[in-house]
Design a protein. Structure first.
Length: 263
């Protein structure tokens, strides 16, 4: 089972009850395994009113990698209400003969390609392989968003203390040569890589030669490892402390765009 730090996810349920079979439910969670038990346990167990006494439900997939709960909840609302979201006005309404599950996947595919979500380091995880469907070929997710399969559980992140070892040290920026404090510092995910840079310097390097104002992904200037900007910010905020020579997959943290604006 994969472990993901600072887990914020939006999931899609499918009803197996013969009376309600085919119905779906979209929700937000920080623990998918606990949440599906709550849904199937009814309101008394903490489940939602719309799913209570209509189970069993199965959690088919979860989208995770959101920087915080606010970003995930906004994604949840838009997925639940595509006709009311200004970001999804281009998505056609549910067709008369289209089943709800397929409609949910079609909306999801459009969301992954729409701003602001297309810039996030999201992962689409199929929890149950029997429900896996190919996303529309004419609207594939961005290349930096992996489609994976398998169970997942959240991993706790150790809170950073007010002044940990090395936090008071300044080092030269690998890109501009100026001094970098702990508050300004960002490093490559590869532990053996020597890159230490100002947040703003690395952001400028990664968007150089592109038409983007904010970085999404790019090669490390020092070791050329392919990096997601959201993962760099999560590393900066204390995630990935268990790394030992390997670059990690998606997780969670503060919004990297907010961090950039503070640099």
């Amino acid at each position: 089972m994969d472990e993901v730090e600072s887990f914020y996810g939006v999931y899609l349920l499918y009803c197996q009850n013969p009376r309600y079979k085919g119905r779906t439910y979209i929700g937000y969670t920080t623990d998918p395994n606990r949440r599906i038990k709550q849904h199937n346990g009814g309101r008394a167990a903490g489940g939602a009113g719309r799913t209570s006494n209509r189970g069993p439900w199965e959690m088919t997939l979860v989208v995770h990698g959101f920087p915080n709960s606010i970003a995930a909840l906004r994604f949840e609302w838009a997925w639940q209400n595509p006709g009311r979201s200004r970001r999804l006005r281009h998505v056609p309404a549910k067709r008369a003969r289209e089943v709800r599950f397929e409609h949910c996947l079609r909306v999801l595919s459009a969301m992954l390609r729409a701003a602001p979500w297309r810039r996030l380091p999201l992962t689409v995880r199929w929890l149950l392989p029997q429900y896996r469907r190919p996303l529309p070929e004419d609207a594939p997710p961005p290349t930096h968003m992996p489609l994976v399969e398998g169970a997942v559980r959240p991993r706790r992140v150790r809170p950073r203390g007010p002044a940990e070892d090395g936090d008071e040290l300044t080092v030269p920026c690998s890109l501009c040569g100026g001094e970098v404090t702990a508050q300004q510092r960002v490093q490559c995910l590869l532990p053996s890589c020597p890159l230490v840079a100002h947040l703003a310097c690395l952001a400028a390097e990664l968007v150089r030669g592109t038409d983007s104002l904010l970085p999404v992904e790019g090669p490390c200037p020092a070791c050329r490892t392919s990096l997601l900007w959201g993962d760099l910010i999560r590393r900066r905020n204390g995630c990935y402390e268990y790394l030992d020579g390997e670059v990690a997959g998606p997780a969670g943290g503060d919004h990297w765009a907010d961090c950039l604006s503070q640099a």
